[in-house]
Design a protein around this ligand. Structure first.
Ligand SMILES: *Cc1c(COP(=O)(O)O)cnc(C)c1O
Length: 219
């Protein structure tokens, strides 16, 4: 199936209001252009340099989402244009985002990444660290970043019950958070292999790569 057909099929399966991030990492701009021509305007990349190269070559009405782990010293390259940063998991990174957003006269939207996987290879905060961050004086001083919600990744496993349990835990944290922060609206969870479970557990934003663009050869 073509990229266009893949996008149409996924769109059809998504509940109303759920946002599709087309994860285009490692894929050539020609593939992104095909997705663009099929109406897709939101793309996710996990390397700042690669994203910036693609941004410079493709139409300017694309919203670029940084979905990977971000090194603070590279934030400046994406600060002029990035639309949403999914993987924020430290105050240090948040301060750098704030600083670079200010330099560019804009506000950068972001999600805090929670560690929900039972495997311990993934980045992210636990719920206690989340609360500490949100209540720190440093956090309250940040004027050029805007928290929109949470992001998480489930364990890479065939065990559907485990994946469901992990997504359900993230949804629980999100709901508790929203009792104090009712404006938060984004829960980014679900990839090609597990987005159906993520949607059943309350995802509002799915990040899908290989189901749109085909398998990747390398990372
Ligand atoms: C690569 C990646 C995805 C998409 O993965 P697929 O399995 O290709 O859909 C989603 N989220 C993050 C954080 C990724 O790095």
């Amino acid at each position: 199936m073509s990229i266009k057909e893949n996008i149409a099929k996924i769109r059809e399966s998504l509940p109303e209001g759920v946002v599709l991030v087309a994860v285009s990492k490692t894929k050539p701009v020609e593939d992104l252009q095909q997705a663009y021509d099929a109406g897709q305007r939101i793309f996710g990349e996990n390397k700042i340099q690669e994203m910036t190269e693609k941004w410079s070559q493709l139409p300017k009405d694309i919203e670029w989402h940084m979905i990977g782990h971000v090194q603070s010293n590279k934030v400046k390259y994406m600060a002029p244009y990035v639309h949403l940063v999914h993987g924020v998991d430290s105050l240090k990174l948040l301060k750098e985002l704030n600083k670079q957003a200010k330099k560019n006269n804009r506000t950068i939207a972001y999600l805090l990444q929670l560690h929900i996987a039972e495997e311990d290879t993934k980045f992210g905060l636990d719920e206690k660290e989340l609360q500490e961050l949100l209540h720190s004086d440093d956090f309250l001083r940040l004027q050029h970043v805007q928290l929109l919600g949470l992001m998480g990744m489930a364990t890479f496993t065939e065990n559907r019950d485990q994946i469901r349990r992990e997504f359900s835990r993230l949804k629980g944290i999100f709901d508790r958070l929203r009792t104090g922060w009712p404006d938060l609206s984004v829960l980014s969870m679900g990839m090609s292999a597990d987005h159906k479970i993520a949607l059943e557990e309350g995802s509002t934003m799915v990040r899908i790569g290989s189901d749109i663009f085909g398998e990747r050869n390398h990372h």
